[in-house]
Structures are given as C-alpha cells and as structure tokens.
Design a protein. Structure first.
Length: 509
C-alpha cells in the first residue's frame, strides 16, 4: 500500500510537470504570436516611411523637371525681351510704325527682374525691382554680382554711329517662379515631416547602398547624442538591427535600418521574466508547503513513536515478571538468558521510540565497538546462509552519538540487506577515517538498486516489499542527518551485484 501511495505521488509530480510544461509552451507561443503581430505592424510603418521617402524623391524629380521648364521659359522670354529692347534701340523708324510689338513685349515683362550693365559692370537699366532697391546703387551692384553667378549673361550690345555700345543683360527667376518654388518646397517638407513622424514610431535611418551617406532619419531622440551627432557611427549601430531595401526609381537599392520598439523589445523578454517570477513564487510556495508538511509529518511521527513506546511499556513489565516466575521454577537458565536478552532488546526499542521527537543526548562512543556488537547481535538472529562481517582499524574511532538510536540505524540497514539477499550472501560492515570525517560502509551482495532509485529509497512511503510501509530508511536518514548531523547515501549499487550504503559523521573532538 505504501508503495502505491509513493507511485501515486510520483504520478502527480509527473502530471504537474507536464501541466507546467504546457503552460510554459503556451505562454511562449502566445507571446511570440504577439511579437510577430507587433513586428509586422512596425515593419508596415517603416515601409510607409520608406514609401514617403520614395514619394519625396519622385516629387523632387518632377519638381526639378518642372522648374527647369520654367527656367527655360524664363530665359526664352527674357531673350525675347532683350531682342525687343535691342530692336527698339537700333530701329530707324522715327514714326514708330514698326515699334508696336517690341514695345508691347517690353511692357509685358512685369515678373522677371532685369539688370542691364556695360562691360565695366556699371548698371545702366533696372526693371521689376522695387523703387527703393533700384535707387540703391550698393544693393544693385551686389544684386548684379549675384545674377552674374546665377545665370549666363545675354549680350545686348548695339552699334550707334559706327561705335559699338557694349551692354549685357542679367536676369533672375520670375516672381511667379520664386513664389511657386517656395510654396512647393514648404508643402513638400511639411508632407514628408508629417509622414515620417506619423509613420515610423521606431528609430530608423535611410542610407545609400554603400552606407557612406545618411540620407534621412527619424525618431532618434532616444539614442545617445554621440550617435545622433556622428552619422558613420549611427549607420554602423543601426546596421545591427532590422534591414529593408527600397528602390527610388533610379535603379539603385537603398537601405533602411530600423530598431524594434521598446514595447516589442520588452515583449520578447516578457515570457522569461514572467515565468521566472512565477517559478520563484512556486518555488517559495513549494518550500513553505514542504516545511509545513514536514512539520506535520514530524508531529505524526513523534506522536506515533511515543504512543508505541507507551504501548510497549505494559507488556514489557509483564514479561519481566513472567521471566522472574520462570526462573524461580527452575526453567533452563540458558533459555532464560536468551529471553532476557530479547526483553532487553524490546526495552531498547521502546527507549528508541521514546527518544523520537526529543533532543537526543550524544555521548562519545567507540564506533568500532558499537558496530561489532550490532553485527554479533544480528548474526545470531539471521539465517545461517548469510554472513555478517565487520572490518575496521585496530584503534578506537571516537564519535559523538546516541547509542540506542545509532544501533537502530545499523539494524535497519542490516535488515534491508538481509531482505535483498535471496539465498546465501555476505553483509560487510567497515569503518575508516579521513581527516576529521569517519566513514561507515554497509555492503550487501543482494539484488542491488537501480541508479534512478538511489535517492528515492530514503523517501517516506517508498518500498519494494509487499507489506512494507517505506518508513525504515526514511527514519534511518532522519536519525543520521537530523540528530547526528551526518550524511547517508547510496555509495555504489548495481542490479545483481549488490549495494553499498555509506554513513559519514564527524570525529569526536
């Protein structure tokens, strides 16, 4: 029955372990599912950001093409205006009959700022400048130099009375062109900024295929300033994270690097932190539960032991009376002597039970002498096919122990060894000393113990006997480790070759 209880306990542990494993797997899988969803959403945001960059590039190309067309149109118009002016100056039509169209052309130029200067950069004529600026000679000289650098001059020199009047026309973009460009640039920047801010919620950078130029970036506020202020280091740092490729229509594959968001990063490690906290909580709860259960077991053991000692007391007293009566009637003295030994043993057993639960008195005892006495006692009371042998050093091994309890330990171990030997065999007890430690080995040539059961045999309820309760070795370990502060374990065992159990206690100082 005790074995079935132990097996049920083991099955419960297995099922609880399986349930815990299922919970762990479920938490990890669901968290990975959430991570995948968030990662996909972040990738879509980065792709939208990349699309904004692509649209920006497309808008820039179209805007450049449009502005080039405007510039060509402005140059064409200013060329026409220059030709009209030159025709007006050189015309010999004093009546003005052929000057109508040139005059209209010149009058219709109200948008393109024009400066005409001679070969020595002296401003001769100004058109479409505010009056205050046109009368400021210093401003006009500065403006002349700016226009010379901006656009190629148009030669409007002409000849009067055989002399060439050297003149050059300089012009700026038309007022409409300048206002349109400023408006488009503002709209473009506003569109891109809003798209970047609203789309990419993670640190992201946009770079060339060679990673030598930072073309765009967003949401870098959380990064260290030394990275924000150093494009090369920033690109190297960001290249360790997620990567995307995007084509802007010029045949090159540009690179986008982006980090995971803080939420996504924390979500990746969440299951491990969660399981660690839950595991720690369960571990502490298990320890508290084990301590409480062990305390209850101790109380039950102590109560049972003391009650057993109390119940043995009455028949022992009666047996002693009956022995005295038999002795007075002349019964065989040798038989009386053996009966007295058994009664003394029963008294010792009752004494052992009475000591369970109370602090035992430890006295310095020669371990060799104690082991010899127990071996001699058990040899007489076992079958002749089993030999109980003892080997030890020729000198005393003083240790502090409680003799009745330690004898109980040895008797339990020897009885288990006897049960493990099916027919004939050997039980070998040996002692030795290493440093301040004293070792007691109990070997038997019995059936042996599988390695996976080496620790189980000392647990309450574990037994291989049909009518066993699984308490003997559990009580043995309690006496050795709790009362004598020693250690007991299976040192060596192999099925079919026997078992060695070792007890380690401190030498008496």
């Amino acid at each position: 029955m005790a074995s079935r209880v132990y097996l049920r306990k083991q099955r419960w542990k297995v099922w609880l372990g399986i349930a815990a494993g299922v919970i762990v797997v479920a938490v990890v899988l669901y968290t990975n599912y959430l991570v995948g969803l968030i990662a996909k959403e972040e990738q879509q945001k980065v792709e939208l950001w990349a699309s904004a960059i692509k649209n920006r590039a497309e808008l820039l190309r179209k805007t450049k093409s449009l502005f080039k067309a405007f510039e060509a149109e402005d140059r064409k118009n200013i060329r026409l205006w220059a030709d009209a002016s030159l025709y007006f100056v050189q015309s010999e039509d004093s009546q003005g009959e052929n000057l109508y169209f040139p005059t209209r052309i010149m009058a219709n130029n109200t948008n393109i700022p024009v400066i005409i200067a001679n070969g020595e950069d002296k401003v001769l004529f100004v058109n479409n400048y505010p009056e205050a600026q046109s009368q400021d000679s210093g401003f006009m000289q500065t403006e002349l130099q700016r226009l010379k650098e901006k656009n190629e001059a148009i030669d409007v020199s002409y000849e009067v009375f055989g002399q060439v009047q050297e003149q050059y026309l300089y012009y700026d973009d038309s007022r409409i062109y300048q206002e349109l460009r400023a408006t488009l640039d503002g709209l473009l920047e506003s569109f891109i900024s809003e798209t970047v801010i609203n789309a990419a919620s993670v640190p992201v950078v946009f770079t060339t295929p060679q990673m030598d130029t930072l073309l765009a970036s967003g949401n870098l506020e959380e990064l260290p300033e030394e990275l924000q202020n150093n494009p090369k280091r920033l690109l190297f740092y960001m290249s360790t994270f997620n990567r995307m490729q995007v084509e802007l229509g010029d045949g090159q594959q540009y690179l986008i690097f982006y980090e995971d968001s803080v939420i996504l990063s924390n979500l990746r490690i969440f299951p491990f932190i969660f399981l660690a906290i839950v595991g720690m909580f369960l571990f502490v709860a298990y320890l508290l539960f084990s301590l409480a259960r062990r305390g209850e077991q101790n109380q039950v053991w102590v109560g049972m032991s003391k009650e057993t000692a109390h119940q043995l007391g009455t028949p022992l007293s009666s047996l002693m009376g009956w022995l005295a009566l038999l002795q007075s009637r002349g019964v065989d003295p040798e038989a009386i002597q053996e009966m007295e030994r058994d009664v003394e043993r029963l008294q010792t057993v009752a004494d052992r039970f009475s000591k369970i639960g109370s602090e035992p008195v430890l006295k310095v005892t020669d371990l060799n002498a104690l082991v010899k006495d127990v071996a001699r006692y058990m040899q007489v009371r076992t079958r002749s096919s089993i030999v109980i042998k003892f080997d030890g050093p020729g000198h005393e091994l003083p240790v502090k122990l409680n003799r009745p309890l330690f004898e109980w330990v040895l008797e339990n171990l020897i009885r288990n060894s006897i049960d493990a030997i099916k027919s004939e065999g050997l039980i070998h007890l040996s002692t030795q000393k290493h440093g301040r430690k004293v070792y007691l080995d109990v070997f038997d040539s019995g059936s042996g113990i599988p390695r996976k059961r080496w620790k189980s045999i000392f647990r309450p309820g574990y037994t291989t006997k049909k009518r066993g309760w699984g308490l003997g070795l559990s009580l043995t370990r309690r006496i050795v480790e709790t009362y004598h502060k020693g250690k007991i374990a299976v040192r060596q065992s192999e099925p079919g070759k026997g078992t060695t159990i070792r007890i380690v206690i401190d030498e008496a100082s």
